[in-house]
Structure formats: C-alpha cells, structure tokens
Design a protein around this ligand. Structure first.
Ligand code: HEM
Length: 456
C-alpha cells in the first residue's frame, strides 16, 4: 500500500508520487484495489452465468438470474467505474480525495455489498441480502463524502458534470435497491416488472453509463491523440441528456406514465447519439495509428448499438409476444452492459499500466528488464491483451444472444468467456508490473532521476 499524505488545505494525496504526476492524484492502491476487485467480479459473473444458464432460458427474472445480473453490474462494472472515479475525479478537478482511508473503506464496503447482495438473492439467504444492501447504502455515502469536495469545483468542463450526475445516479440506484432489499425482507410493496426495469435504467445509464461518458471524454483525446475542443457540443450534450433522459424514463416506468417514459427514452437516445457522435469525431481526428484500444472502443460502441436495437425489437413485439419480448429485454440489458464492460476492459489496459508505471517510478524503478527506459508497453503482454479482446467480445455477444434466444449453451459459453477474461486481464495486468519490479535494476530514487518518456 503506497503511503498517502494529507495536504495542508485538507485532502489526501500520494506523498511519493514521481515528478510529472498531478499533485492531487490519489495513492495508487485506491484505484488499483477497485480495479483488481472488478477482475475478480468478472470471474464470479462468468461462473454465475454458467451455473444459471438453463434457469435463465426458462425465466430471466428468477432469483439466481437476478444474482448473476448483480455480480455483473455491481461486482464488476460498478467496481471498475468507482475505481475510475477515484482516480480521475482528483486528476481532472485538481482537488484530492478527502481521505485515502475512506477510499479503501469504500472499496471494502463495495466488495462486501456487491458479493453479499447477489449471493443472498441467489442462495435465498435474506440475512446475507440484507447485509449486502446495508453495505451498499453505507458505501455510496462514504464515496460521496470522499469525492464531493473535488466535485464541487467549478469551470472544469463536462467531465465533472458527468461525474456529479454519476454519483447522484449511484445514490439513487442504491437507495432504490435498498428499498427492494427491504421489500424482500418485509414485503413493503408489490414490486412490478416496470419498477425492476426502472432500476436497470437508472443504474445502467444515470450511474454507470454517465461515468463512462464523462471519463471517456478525458481519456479518448489522450489515448487516441485526438484533440477535440474540450467543451465540444456533442460532449456537453451527452453528459446532460444521458442521465436526465434515464431519470425521466425511470420516473415514467415507476409512475406507469407511458408519455413520460417515452419522452425520457427519446432524450436518452439523443444523449447516446451525442456520445457516439463525439466518439466518431475523436476517431476521425485521431493522430494515433489503429491499435487495440481503438478496436476495444469501437466494439464497445457496437455493443451499445446492438443493445438499443434489441430494446427497440422488444418494444415492438412485447404486447403480442410477452415472453419473447422479455427475453429480448434481457438480451438488450446484456449488450448495454457489454458497452461498458468492453470499454472498461479496453481502458484498463491503458490506465492500469499508467498507474503501475507511476508506482514503479516512485520506487526508483526506471528501466525495464532490458535496461531501457520503462514504458507502459513493458507492463503487460500485448498478446494476452488481444486474447482478452477476443474473450470479452465473444462473451458479451454470446450473453446477449443467449438471453435473447433463451439458449442455455450460448449463455454457458458466455460464462466461460467472461470468467476467462477476468482471469486473463487480472493476471496480465498484475504480472507485468510484478516482473518489472523484480527483474529491473533499481536505479536512483525517482526524485533525483530524470523522467524517461514512456515508450507508449
Ligand atoms: C448498476 C446498478 C444496478 C442495476 C443495473 C440493477 C438492475 C436490476 C434489474 C434489471 C433488476 C430486475 C431483475 C429481474 O427481475 O429480472 C434488479 C432487481 C433487484 N435489484 Fe438491482 N440493479 C442495480 C443495483 C442494485 C443495488 C445497488 C441494489 C441493492 C442495494 C440492488 C438490489 C436489487 C434487488 C433486491 C432486486 C430484486 C427485486 C425483486 O425482488 O424483484 N440493485 N436490479
């Protein structure tokens, strides 16, 4: 665990950060703990889909299936995106986390929540579900307390707007979830499928989707070398329309007001279109040659389009064929989750080496095992990164199709591919820095040494 410091003005920064790393950056252990836990969550998600495949083909709303859904959205996606927020909110705003300890505490609480809640639902253990719900409720409060001073900064552009919305979405979704958990224990209300879907919309778009939309607006220019005007209209539109559209759609579903739900869906669709438009502009203006990151990002966008197509298909056939419509909604949710999952896996191959590089430099490791300047490419295997691309893309496609077509073999295949991705990505991104740390000649302390430019 890297030591943290408390700034005189309040807030926790990384005391040993090497030269060139922004002053507000958190201790690397905080984002890395979230991201490592997210890889474990992906393994659990894959195992869960493998186990519940036959049940999902029979009834996508069965409890074991709800458990697999929540391992995916909470233990994998939310875990990874919360890690990204803990890294990027301080960097983008220039203001540190309030407390490093609270960063670790929220990671531990979120691990407890995101594993206990699904296990409790899947194994019909209400006490475990209740503990999971309580941990989730406390975790989002700790995260909000820790990030809020940084998010109050003004004039830092649309990415900060997106992160504020995302945090609000996290609180809304989690407390709706806490109410669902309470209902499971004490039958507070009759929970309809519409209200269940409202949770999916709030969680997927207002919380997780908006976090990605905001983080991507900062990462695409850097990783694609494409400098769009920082407040481009498409970016500004997406960070408002996606969360607002999702909130209105969810409200329409909860209140059973089709006009409100339809208006929300239109606004949400406009926001997603603006997000894709911004991606297109970055891709057209990029100065970096086509690489695996670009392929990940484009595949993630294709999954979003696939999810929207299945959702439209579901709306078209739902009244005539309710069962097929429900399966299509499940397939759509899987592909929409795939939009974020493929993006998280792709960006992890850039962000984790970046953090690990800083950590190694802070420990005085400035050369790779061949004695050349340490670069990001030394910190993971490009071949295994390509394998991860194939497994995650195959896993997301198989899950979307498996649920939409109610096909247990496809859903089982998805489980194997998703679990393999979690294992491959976790080992690849952890082993690279470990190898360098144990093989490289240890040079002078970073503070006194020149900063070699990363090779990539
Ligand atoms: C990104 C976040 C989330 C998403 C996308 C999401 C999605 C969903 C969906 C789609 C369902 C309906 C499943 C079905 O009936 O087939 C559902 C149910 C449920 N969710 Fe979530 N969820 C999220 C977060 C949470 C959180 C944070 C909690 C708890 C604190 C929670 C607790 C529950 C519970 C208990 C149910 C079952 C409700 C019932 O008894 O039918 N969810 N969720």
């Amino acid at each position: 665990m890297a030591p943290a410091a408390t700034e005189p003005g309040g807030g926790a920064t990384w005391a040993q950060r090497p030269r060139g790393v922004p002053a507000a950056v958190p201790a690397p252990g905080v984002p890395l703990s979230f991201l490592g836990a997210s890889a474990l969550g992906l393994i659990a998600t894959g195992v869960a889909w493998f186990v519940v495949a036959a049940r999902a083909a029979h009834d996508v709303t069965a409890d074991p299936v709800v458990a697999a859904v929540h391992l995916g959205v909470l233990a994998t996606l939310a875990m990874g995106l919360l890690g990204a927020l803990h890294q990027f909110v301080p960097v983008i705003t220039g203001r540190p986390l309030r407390s490093t300890g609270a960063g670790y505490a929220s990671c531990a609480l979120w691990i407890a929540a995101s594993w206990m809640l699904p296990l409790g639902i899947g194994l019909s253990a209400p006490a475990v579900t209740g503990l999971g719900g309580a941990s989730a409720g406390i975790a989002v409060l700790v995260v909000s307390w820790n990030l809020w001073p940084a998010l109050r900064v003004s004039g830092k552009g649309p990415a900060v707007t997106a992160m504020r919305w995302s945090l609000a979405g996290a609180v809304l979704t989690t407390y709706l979830g806490v109410a669902f958990v309470g209902d499971r224990q004490a039958s507070w209300f009759a929970l309809s499928a519409r209200v269940d879907l409202a949770m999916g919309v709030l969680g997927m778009f207002t919380w997780l989707g908006t976090a990605y939309v905001g983080v991507a607006s900062k990462l695409w220019p850097m990783f694609l070398l494409a400098h769009l005007e920082s407040r481009a209209r498409s970016v500004r539109a997406s960070v408002w329309l996606v969360p607002v559209g999702a909130v209105v759609l969810a409200a329409g579903l909860i209140a059973a007001l089709p006009v409100l739900a339809d208006s929300g869906a239109v606004v949400l669709a406009a926001g997603l279109a603006a997000h894709l438009w911004a991606l297109g502009a970055h891709v057209r203006r990029r100065r970096r040659a086509r690489d695996l990151h670009l392929v990940f990002v484009l595949t993630s966008a294709a999954s979003l389009l696939g999810g929207v197509a299945l959702a439209l298909g579901a709306a078209a056939i739902e009244s005539a064929h309710p069962r097929a419509g429900r399966d299509l909604v499940a397939g759509a949710m899987a592909l929409l989750g795939g939009w974020l999952l493929v993006a998280v896996v792709g960006h992890a191959h850039k962000v984790v080496p970046f953090i690990a590089w800083s950590l190694l430099r802070a420990r005085g490791v400035i050369a790779n095992p061949r004695g050349q300047a340490l670069g990001f490419a030394d910190l993971y295997s490009a071949r295994w990164a390509r394998v991860s691309y194939l497994t995650i893309t195959g896993g997301v496609a198989a899950l979307g199709l498996g649920l939409a077509l109610a096909s247990p073999p496809l859903t089982r295949l998805a489980g194997i591919l998703l679990a393999s991705t979690g294992a491959v990505v976790g080992v690849n991104l952890a082993l690279g820095p470990w190898r360098v740390a144990h093989a490289a000649p240890v040079a002078a302390a970073a503070s006194g040494s020149p900063d070699p430019a990363p090779t990539r």
